[in-house]
Ligand binder design. Structure first.
Ligand SMILES: C[S@@+](CC[C@H](N)C(=O)[O-])C[C@H]1O[C@@H](n2cnc3c(N)ncnc32)[C@H](O)[C@@H]1O
Length: 215
């Protein structure tokens, strides 16, 4: 597995410059904002953190799986992994590079994840896409499909976090003091700072929900 990941990383680096044009064209065709279709991998500590929060009984959906370097590692840990990536060049090169090392429990789809239904039985979704414009869309679809957790670095001012999709949301007006985090992607603080060390309240209808952060 480690060897396959190393081969993927090397192959992607070789092709990086050539892929800019395809990324821009894909973004335009699929109505994504200009940087959304750019493949930009994260660092190993980020992947290690994600892997730590996935269990052997999980069925994972990775949205925007890039060159499959994380999907491969997830497949070594979880029951099953659905990896969705919009960029055919990335997917083709990744699959060719992985070759016969393709794990039996990794299902790769080349498509716009915004057009797809959530596969049955997904317990955790991974969305590593800083400031993705469609968090609310994925959040709602995943929740409706019964997915339990969303591991993401999408929310403004947050690092990588696990959002518990089963948790009840608090109406924003009811937060008197403390951090809040919203499905639209916004994070903020209400009050004077007395609870600044406490975890955020997951809220409904924050003041940013009407602005362009929503999909
Ligand atoms: C920042 S990169 C991260 C890739 C991967 N998750 C990783 O950490 O190595 C985001 C990836 O998401 C893909 N992407 C963006 N929007 C997408 C969409 N709507 N459907 C499928 N893939 C998408 C991009 O093409 C890009 O490869």
């Amino acid at each position: 597995m480690e060897e396959a990941v190393e081969r993927l990383v090397a192959r992607t680096e070789e092709n990086r410059a050539a892929s800019w044009k395809v990324q821009a064209q894909l973004g335009a065709r699929h109505n994504l904002c200009d940087w959304e279709a750019v493949f930009s991998p994260y660092d190993d500590p980020t992947y290690a953190w994600v892997l730590e929060h996935v269990h052997d009984q999980d069925t994972v959906l990775e949205i925007g799986a890039g060159d499959l370097r994380l999907a491969l590692q997830l497949a070594g840990r979880a029951k099953a992994v659905y990896a969705v990536e919009i960029n055919p060049q990335l997917v083709a090169t990744a699959l060719e590079t992985i070759g016969s090392a393709l794990p039996h429990n990794l299902y790769v789809t080349c498509a716009n994840a915004l057009d797809l239904a959530i596969p049955v039985g997904v317990t955790v979704a991974v969305l590593l896409m800083r400031h993705c414009q469609h968090l609310a869309h994925y959040f709602d679809l995943l929740q409706k499909a019964g997915c339990q957790r969303l591991i993401t670095n999408t929310r403004w001012k947050s690092g990588v976090e696990v959002i518990d999709l089963r948790k009840e949301r608090l109406p924003f007006e009811e937060v008197e003091e403390g951090w809040y985090a919203c499905r639209c992607g916004a994070v903020g603080y209400v009050g004077e700072g007395a609870l600044c060390e406490a975890p955020p309240f997951e809220v409904l209808n924050c003041p940013h929900c009407d602005c362009s952060l929503l999909s």
